[in-house]
Ligand binder design. Structure first.
Ligand code: ATP
Ligand code: MG
Ligand code: MG
Ligand code: MG
Length: 476
């Protein structure tokens, strides 16, 4: 089943059951506590908190999401991307646990010719919060899931909250058993790559107060009304329904891998290491295009830095695969081909996206050229001294003089068996920032607009990229 069909069925199923269909919000969160939207519930947060009255009691959406904390997993696990789409259904004081559970089960398991996804019920496993006997009983007695396929887990996986004050509550997850070729049995509690987590049902009952992290906080009390928030990863469902090994091989991602192969000559499936790079390119190019589409521009702070890091990582992985020249234009065309069907606005915005993307690529290729030579010298020098740690000074010099983002220094040093004194680096960064703040002139340089990119892009090959410094303050 194609991703477009999965989307269609999702929205139709919930619309027919009285849910308002709400279009995806921008990736730029309208929420001061978040840089980017990591989950489908974010646009509905004021309703869940009782701060605003929702215009509907039931809603469904397919929300664009970016999760930067997952970046190091991308391409290594079969299921983590930085950009993905979360299908959700939401109840604001309307239905609660029983309906949320039975609706999810119905949609997943009803036959494809009846509008469902036709999944084999015997392959589905359930997790519940260990204190939530109510949810466990619904799965067992109402839905009829055998008790041996229901697992009780703790706070970490099965109690949901954002790391900040707000709604929270126990959750229950639906996982799909991909079979013994993906690892030993034992259920999602022991093996999260074989038993792929598909759908998270959050039963929002409580309001969370201050505290730290996901487990150590105070519960202020019950929410004004009990709510449902669910999220299913569209790409993960597509992976199962399309019978592919990972989310980078589904219909809306695989074409980018194939384009990268065409550009580098490295076939997919030839070698585990280059396969990781190909998958990173696929995800990161999709993420970059979606972020630029929503108005993010590359820079050194906040969400601008997220974009810069993701995009540069894509380009660097293309170079690890052997590309020597620019690749962003060709990859962009492929991303637009597969994502444009769902997101028409990307096609209308093509010219602007291309300008931003190509300017950043040009800047980065230039940075790489000088920076890599310097980094190699620094690494040799460090090793010659018998040390295995690149100093904070050196990392700072690479950043400050050659525009090497710290993440790149970390990655490239690690490839050569070296660590980096990151603490020392951060200290120097802070000193520099403090100096800049004290310097009134520095402020005036902080107004870059797209014309800076345009100029750079128009110059073509040999560019002197001045937008780098200009953009530095943009997102701060
Ligand atoms: P995992 O344990 O696999 O990292 P999660 O528990 O962090 O997933 P949730 O926060 O529960 O994920 O998000 C709801 C759903 O969104 C998940 O069940 C999954 O289908 C999907 N999802 C989460 N993170 C990603 C990701 N990085 N890439 C693709 N889909 C994701
Ligand atoms: Mg996760
Ligand atoms: Mg999980
Ligand atoms: Mg989860």
């Amino acid at each position: 089943m194609r991703s477009a069909e999965i989307r269609k069925r999702w929205l139709k199923f919930f619309e027919e059951r009285g849910h308002a269909v709400v279009p995806s919000a921008s990736l730029i969160a309208d929420d001061p506590t978040l840089l980017l939207v990591p989950a489908g519930m974010v646009p509905f947060k004021p309703y869940f908190l009782g701060q605003e009255k929702p215009p509907f009691q039931l809603a469904t959406s397919i929300q664009k999401c970016v999760r930067t904390p997952d970046i190091d997993e991308v391409g290594k696990t079969t299921r983590h991307a930085t950009f993905f789409q979360m299908c959700g259904n939401f109840s604001f004081g309307d239905y609660f646990k029983k309906e949320a559970i039975t609706l999810a089960w119905e949609l997943l398991t009803s036959p494809q010719d009846a509008g469902g996804y036709g999944m084999d019920p015997e392959r589905l496993w359930i997790t519940v919060f260990h204190e939530d006997s109510e949810a466990e009983a619904i799965w067992r007695d109402v839905v009829g899931v055998p008790p041996e396929r229901i697992q009780r887990l703790g706070m970490g996986p099965n109690f949901w909250s954002m790391d900040v004050p707000g709604p929270c509550g126990p959750s229950s997850e639906i996982c799909y058993d991909r079979g013994p070729e993906y690892g030993p049995e034992g259920g999602p509690a022991v093996n999260d790559e074989r038993y792929i987590e598909l759908w998270n049902l959050v039963f929002m009952q409580y309001e969370r107060g201050e505290g730290t992290g996901k487990e150590d906080f105070e519960i202020l009390g019950e929410l004004p009304a009990k709510n449902i928030d669910t999220g299913l990863g569209l790409e993960r469902l597509a992976m199962i329904l399309q019978g592919v090994n990972n989310i980078f091989e589904i219909d809306t991602s695989r074409a980018v891998i194939d384009k990268a192969t065409e550009l580098t000559g490295v076939p997919y499936g030839a070698d585990p290491k280059s396969d990781v790079s190909l998958r990173i390119v696929s995800d990161h190019m999709r993420a970059s295009v979606m972020l630029i589409g929503d108005g993010v521009t590359p820079g050194n702070e906040g969400r601008s830095y997220v974009l810069r890091r993701i995009l540069r990582r894509a380009i660097r992985n293309m170079r690890l695969l052997g590309s020597t020249g620019p690749v962003a234009k060709a990859l962009l065309d492929t991303v637009l081909e597969i994502m444009g069907e769902q997101y028409h606005e990307l096609l209308e915005d093509r010219a602007r996206i291309e300008i931003v993307l190509l300017a950043e690529e040009a800047a980065f290729l230039k940075t790489l050229k000088t920076g890599t030579a310097i980094l190699d010298e620094t690494v040799t020098e460090t090793k010659r001294r018998g040390s295995s740690v690149l100093s904070g000074d050196q990392a700072f010099m690479l950043h400050d003089t050659y525009g090497f983002p710290i993440d790149l220094t970390l990655e490239m040093a690690a490839e050569q068996g070296l660590q980096v004194d990151e603490g020392g680096f951060r200290q120097l960064m802070k000193q520099q920032r403090d100096r800049a703040k004290a310097d009134a002139r520095a402020k005036k340089a902080g107004h870059a607009d797209l014309s800076a990119y345009r100029e750079v892009a128009d110059q073509g090959g040999a560019v002197e990229f001045t937008g780098y410094e200009l953009l530095e303050d943009e997102a701060s």
